[in-house]
Every structure is written in C-alpha cells, then in structure tokens.
Design a protein around this ligand. Sequence first.
Ligand code: FAD
Length: 352
Amino acid sequence: MDQKARSSVPFGPFMAAGEADRHDAAPSAVAGDAGEASGGAAQAGDGLTGVAGAPAGPGGVVAVVFGGAASVPVAELSSYGVQDAYAVESAELNGYAPQAWARALAGLAAELSATAVVAAGTDHGSEVMAHVGAITGLPLAANCVSAERTAEGTFELVRHRWAGSLLEDAVLDARPALLTVAVDAVAAAAAEQPAAVSVHAYRPALEEADLRVSATESAERSAGVSLATARVVVGGGRGVGGPDGFGVLEELAGLLGGVVGVSRVVTSEGWRPHKQQVGQTGTRISPELYLACGISGAIQHMAGCLSAKHIVAVNTDPDAPIISHADYAVIGDLNQVLPALVAAIRAREGSS
Ligand code: FAD
C-alpha cells in the first residue's frame, strides 16, 4: 500500500461511552510525553495521554497529565477543545514510572467508563500502554493513524506496520480500546471554539510493585533537541571510518540545528553511544531532513528512518541500497563532501 497516498488519513472521529449511535467527531486531543514529539498536539507536562469518555460527555476526550495541576497545559488543551484534564499526582510518583502510570491510566479509564485510551506511539507512550494492556488484559493496537468507532466496543483502525512502510486495516473489539498513535503521522485538529478546561486531581491507588521501575535521572538534551524529535539528523555509518571522523558530522549538525544519528555498526564498534543509533533496534526518527553519510541503507537501518520527509545520501557506492530510498544522492567521499558542505554553509552565513 502506498504510504504517502494514505498518510493524510485523519485520526477520528472519536466516540465516547454509551453513544454508539452518535457519530459526531470529537477533537483528537492526543499527545505524548513532554520530551518526545507526537502527532502535533500538546507537549507540556511530564506526560499526556487521552482518554475518551465521561465527564467530557458524548464524543468527549479528556486529557491525562502526569504531574501536578500546574503542569496541565490548559491553553493548549483548550485550543484542541479538551474540556476536562486529569492531573495524576501521588506522593510516591516522582517522574517516569511506566507501570505506575499504567496503573493510574487503567484506574481512571475504569472510573470514567472510557471507550478508548490513547497515547502517542513514543518510547514512553508505547511502554506505558503495553503495561495498561497487561494490567487490564486488553489488546493494544499500536501506531494507529485513524480510529473510527463503528459499533459499541468496535473500532476500525488503520495503523502503521513495518516502520510505516505498510498500512494495515484492522478491527479492534475491546472496551476500552487501547491505542497508540504513530508519531508525526497525524496532525492534531484544532477546535473551532476554544474550550473551558476543568482540571481535576487524580490520586491513583498504587502498589509497591508498580514503582519497582522508575526513572531516577534524565539525560540532558543538547539544546533541547533529541534524536527522535530533531528536524535535521546527520547520520554516520561505517563509512565515517572511526570515532574521530564524527567531528565534521557534529559540526554540520550544529550548523543545521540538528543532531547526529548513527548506524548499528558504529555503536557496535563503540565509536558512538547506543542512544544515537537509528533503526529497528535504535531510535525511529522522522526529521524534515536525514543526511545519511557512509551508511549502506540496510533494511534494519531504514526501519528507523523511512518516516524522514527527505533523505539525502552521501556514499561512494552508487549501488548502495540507501540510494534507492534517497530523494537526492551525492556519490562521493564523505571526507570531501562534508567539509565542502560545512565551508559552503559558513561562507553563506558570513555573507548574510
Ligand atoms: P555498511 O553496511 O558497512 O555500509 C557502509 C557504507 O559506507 C557503504 O555503503 C559504503 O559504500 C559507504 N562508504 C564507505 N566509505 C565511504 C566514504 N568515505 N564516503 C562515503 N561513503 C562511504 N543497523 C542499524 O543501523 N540500526 C539498527 O537498528 C539495526 N538493527 C539491527 C537488528 C538486527 C536484528 C540485525 C541483524 C541487524 C541490525 N542492524 C541495524 C545492522 C544492519 O543490518 C547493518 O549491518 C548496518 O546498518 C550497516 O551499517 P552501515 O551502513 O554503517 O555499514
């Protein structure tokens, strides 16, 4: 199936509890963790998830924020028409704790008789929703780009498979439906009228085991940009030649306001840390520009970068697989191409 032809499928309509015969669309107030980009909705708070159901009323969506009431991004939620937000607070909760967040979501969904629980398909969103599935015993449909309730407890879905290179039509019979939304695949729909947002405190009943895994520290992000959310990624593979070869890639990434990503060969060799790896067993990226240098384009690497809007490859081999995925290719030695590119950008900056 042609991904580009289908990628504009909207997320919705989203129906609320007990209103199977109503088909009016609700705002798609679906968002991700503060540190990870999602389909374009609110990004504030430690974590944000959508639950469809009461008390927002038929077709309503409530937002769930992990953090105090002050961390609820009220203005942003209002612009998406969200009327109710729950701030999940607990003395034991201090940052990311996947099973505890899931316990809270499952409890809240039960209290609200939610028809669906939705989170962004980010690392955190996927992990928390997998725990919600385990706690509730319900199936989870990951990486959805559209969801339509066709009957009580039945959703027709379209979702990404194979890193977005394939779209799957699926039917999910479950209540609540547990869904994650493919990252950067769905634009959030602003409401015609801003809503008045009521913020409610929610104190989950947590068990000791729920807190066994929790984040104790978070790595500093360079200039606030992470590999998963960067608009420009300069990728380096075996062709870079060794750890010392990455200086020019860092310089170029800095000039373009981006970050460096690497292939698995690079991390396996210990040239760069695993957190910079792009691919099936690394980070999935969806930048505006992926500049892949000295990377052959193995299927496991492409699984992590096929959502890039534009791929430019720099490679000495015109037959490297990545050339067939690239919008543009420079057939040449990266040791010559990249310094020339850096010099050209600096010259342009100097002349402007
Ligand atoms: P190579 O395949 O060796 O390619 C190097 C490229 O550099 C070549 O195309 C060459 O022409 C070019 N080159 C060489 N010198 C220069 C130069 N001076 N200038 C320009 N170009 C030059 N890989 C990942 O990247 N991410 C993953 O998440 C991942 N997960 C995996 C999971 C599994 C289960 C398995 C089995 C493999 C996985 N791999 C992953 C590994 C993957 O199969 C490839 O081995 C790896 O991506 C190749 O890395 P590379 O492109 O840097 O190296």
